[in-house]
Design a protein. Structure first.
Length: 293
């Protein structure tokens, strides 16, 4: 296995030593892993939802950098949920437990899809103020058409990990992208069998977002020209759902730009949040907001 340069970096070690890993139980036995950084008094934080192939540690660069600017950032990793409706129900209980108002959601890959689905299912009593979707999608049909999702229940852990890793790029000439791939390979190895199986079931069960329910949301779409995980068709479908979304297209960042090109991703998150400065839904601690022109 390749050396994990990012996991050995002083930045990641600082995250591990300074940010408490919380385990929060909701609905009796559903356990969420939570990294809560920044000012705890903020009631409309940025919540970062993990992609299919990682733990909440994958957002350590955003947690450290954005919290230093006064933004409350909460990286979360969900419990085993076999349906998106169950995941959304559990996530709502987590928000209630954390005593949060309307929140801002960042999601990469499957995390972005689940962020949209949660906003959709709660649109009559909105709990989401905005979305940042990173290399994400709005329809699982493309994934579901060649697989039978029920098989994931039965597959052993090594086979599930092999299934996920087979979709990863094998290499990159960009050192940042190569390091991000190595980090994510190690992340997949950390995941338990049921965690991977349940995420694969959701991702490969045919469903889609109903964008008409999300028209009131502020949306930013972050994509990379060198992303190899999603087809052009999938990306175009997401754009059609949000014709008024702000588009942030990065020249490089690969499939995991929150690791490979964190500075640009963080910049676009800060730009996205400008609309909410000096409002009741600001993710900033009062007095730390940037000046808005």
């Amino acid at each position: 296995m390749a050396s994990n340069i990012l996991a050995l970096s002083p930045e990641f070690q600082s995250f591990k030593s300074s940010v408490t890993r919380q385990r929060i139980t909701v609905e009796g036995d559903a356990v969420w892993t939570v990294y809560d950084t920044g000012p705890s008094s903020v009631r409309s934080p940025l919540i970062m939802i993990t992609p299919l192939s990682a733990t909440a540690e994958c957002y350590y660069k955003q947690a450290l950098a954005l919290s230093s600017k006064g933004i409350r950032v909460i990286a979360v990793e969900g419990p085993v949920c076999w349906t998106e409706s169950k995941w959304c129900s559990s996530f709502r209980h987590l928000l209630d437990h954390l005593n949060l108002d309307k929140v801002h959601l960042f999601g990469a890959g499957l995390g972005g899809y689940l962020a949209q689905k949660f906003a959709e299912l709660t649109f009559r009593s909105p709990m989401v103020k905005s979305l940042v979707l990173c290399n994400s999608f709005s329809d699982t049909s493309e994934f579901a058409k060649n697989r039978v999702s029920s098989l994931f229940y039965l597959m052993p852990g090594f086979a599930l990990k092999r299934q996920v890793l087979s979709t990863f790029p094998t290499s990159s000439n960009n050192s940042g992208v190569a390091d991000s791939i190595d980090f994510m390979v190690h992340q997949v190895e950390k995941l338990e069998r049921l965690d991977l199986a349940s995420r694969l079931v959701i991702c490969n069960t045919k469903n889609y977002i109903e964008p008409q329910r999300l028209r009131a949301l502020t949306v930013t779409i972050i994509e990379c020209f060198d992303n190899n995980l999603l087809s052009e068709f999938i990306l175009e479908d997401l754009h059609k759902c949000y014709p008024d979304a702000r588009k942030a297209q990065l020249k490089t960042g690969g499939s995991f730009p929150y690791l490979a090109n964190a500075n640009d991703v963080n910049l676009h998150i800060v730009i996205h949040m400008k609309k909410f400065v000096k409002t009741p839904y600001s993710p900033y601690e009062p007095g730390t907001e940037p000046l808005v022109e």
